[in-house]
Ligand binder design. Structure first.
Ligand code: HEC
Length: 217
């Protein structure tokens, strides 16, 4: 019996002591960790009520536990305003598209050059994107015959769901440039709404490449 008790004690002690190992990033048990690790400001949260989460207690002569704003920034913002005239660039380092949403902007868009080559990878991605954002109206082959464009027939009467969807394989559109397609996706045109907020610039260019490819066949 004694042997078993000793064994159990010994093994337990070994297990407990093994947990005390320190080294590398693990420096073992830390006493009062908030003395070493400052609490980060939450960039997208701002609670200016200093008493939020404040409990009456002799230790509470300081902002409450939910108070989260930075007294050193303007308006106590946690995030700083960017420097004046700062321009956002995307992951590719591109500046935002500045073509204007009018007929002149559309004409000038013809001069834009697609930054992507028609590589198999780009066309594959363009296909996935086209099928996500365009196919339901324009159809899988861009023939203007997507489900939304075709509408439904009830008792022999056609109920068009979305009128006037362009057949991008038709003569009227055969020679549109990739820049034109990019511009149309960005702002929409006529009956087609803008897709600029849903589809990134990079993806718009890939779709434009794929539309030109569809038009070839
Ligand atoms: C809700 C249906 C709908 C969706 C989704 C849609 N389109 Fe359209 N698209 C239209 C309609 C309708 C027109 C005809 C606009 C007009 O002439 O008034 C059109 C026209 C166009 C044109 C020709 C514009 C011109 O020069 O006259 C292009 C190019 C085009 N769409 C590309 C796209 C691409 C690429 C996508 C996917 C990102 C897309 N569309 C998504 C409905 C849609």
């Amino acid at each position: 019996m004694r042997l078993i008790t000793n064994l159990v004690l010994g093994v337990s002690a070994a297990v407990v002591l093994a947990g005390c190992k320190a080294g590398g990033d693990n420096q073992g048990l830390e006493y009062a960790p908030n003395m070493y690790h400052s609490v980060a400001y939450e960039p997208l949260t701002q609670i200016t009520d200093q008493k939020a989460g404040w409990y009456f207690n002799s230790l509470d002569a300081r902002p409450g536990e939910f108070y989260n704003s930075n007294p050193y920034n303007a308006y106590r913002m946690n995030m700083r305003l960017p420097a004046p005239h700062t321009v956002r660039r995307n992951a590719q380092g591109w500046l935002p598209y500045r073509g204007v949403n009018d007929s002149t902007g559309l004409r000038l868009a013809n001069k834009l050059v697609n930054p992507f080559e028609a590589s198999p990878a780009v066309l594959d991605q363009g296909k996935v994107l086209f099928e996500t954002y365009c196919k339901h109206c324009h159809g899988a082959k861009a023939g203007g015959d997507g489900k939304v464009a075709q509408g439904v027939k009830i008792d022999g009467v056609d109920h068009s769901m979305y009128p006037g969807v362009a057949n991008l394989k038709g003569d009227a559109y055969k020679n549109i440039t990739e820049g034109h397609i990019f511009h149309v996706i960005t702002y929409g045109k006529g009956l087609m709404g803008s897709h600029g907020s849903q589809v990134s610039e990079e993806d718009r260019w890939k779709i434009a490449k794929y539309v030109k490819e569809l038009q070839k066949n």
